[in-house]
Design a protein around this ligand. Structure first.
Ligand SMILES: C[S@@+](CC[C@H](N)C(=O)[O-])C[C@H]1O[C@@H](n2cnc3c(N)ncnc32)[C@H](O)[C@@H]1O
Length: 225
């Protein structure tokens, strides 16, 4: 279902400029590769050198905002391609005056041109679009192309935590991670059977739990030498 464009979207985005730190479109691919790099200085962005965690496809920001409130000693970046969705997250961060959350309004495929190498302490992939058709495999956020980007931006012992209601996407992600240089540290196909007390629900998770859908979760890290 298509989402109706929010009213006054452009001025509202403009009003959240400090919170939405980066806005990039795929027109960047018209430039030669060497000219695509505009690497963000994270210490400058957050005005401290606390560890930075990333959520790709943060939607309306429920998960990242709750994390940031609970963990002021960490910084958080939410990446979201659809500005119509991201505006809700950005306005909430602005309203709460949270200094440890910033957003990048762009596709995850541009992260390699945006984040410093080995700069991210952990990555969250929450209810990523599963793209079940084989022809769209390369859009899945655990496709090998994305995993190479994660290897570039993550610190060596960073955890990837992935949650999804989609069993097919979960199986695909387990295989893709294993085949492309990651180690699966733990996984469950029914997170709510033994729900960890520190679990933070996302918007989609709230909805799926109400529908009694099983929630899959895995934790992975880059395979050591
Ligand atoms: C199914 S929603 C889940 C939202 C949120 N994580 C949650 O659990 O409630 C997936 C989100 O990922 C975003 N998304 C999909 N592909 C993306 C990409 N390549 N880069 C950034 N965001 C992406 C979509 O726009 C959408 O908002």
């Amino acid at each position: 279902m298509r989402m109706r464009k929010k009213s006054n979207l452009e001025p509202r985005l403009e009003n959240c400029k400090g919170v939405i730190a980066v806005c990039k479109s795929t027109s960047i691919y018209r430039k030669p590769e060497s000219e695509r790099y505009e690497i963000v200085d994270l210490q400058n962005l957050f005005e401290n050198d606390n560890p930075v965690y990333l959520e790709i496809g943060c939607g309306k920001g429920r998960f990242i905002i709750e994390n940031a409130i609970k963990n002021p000693q960490f910084n958080y970046i939410g990446v979201e391609i659809i500005s119509n969705v991201l505006i809700s997250a950005a306005e909430e961060v602005k309203r709460l005056n949270l200094k440890n959350v910033r957003f990048f309004n762009m596709g995850a495929e541009l992260l390699q041109y945006t984040l410093p190498k080995n700069s991210i302490a952990g990555l969250y992939l929450n209810f990523s679009c599963p793209y079940p058709k084989k022809q769209y495999e390369n859009h899945r956020l655990t496709y090998k192309y994305f995993l190479e980007i994660y290897k570039h931006i993550l610190v060596s012992d960073a955890l990837i935590t992935l949650k999804t209601d989609n069993d097919g996407f979960f199986d695909y992600s387990l295989n893709s991670l294993r085949e492309n240089g990651f180690e699966i540290l733990e996984y469950t196909r029914d997170l709510y059977k033994n729900l960890p007390s520190d679990n933070i629900q996302t918007e989609y998770e709230q909805k799926f739990v109400l529908e009694n859908k099983n929630i899959n979760r895995l934790k992975a890290k880059i395979k050591g030498e």
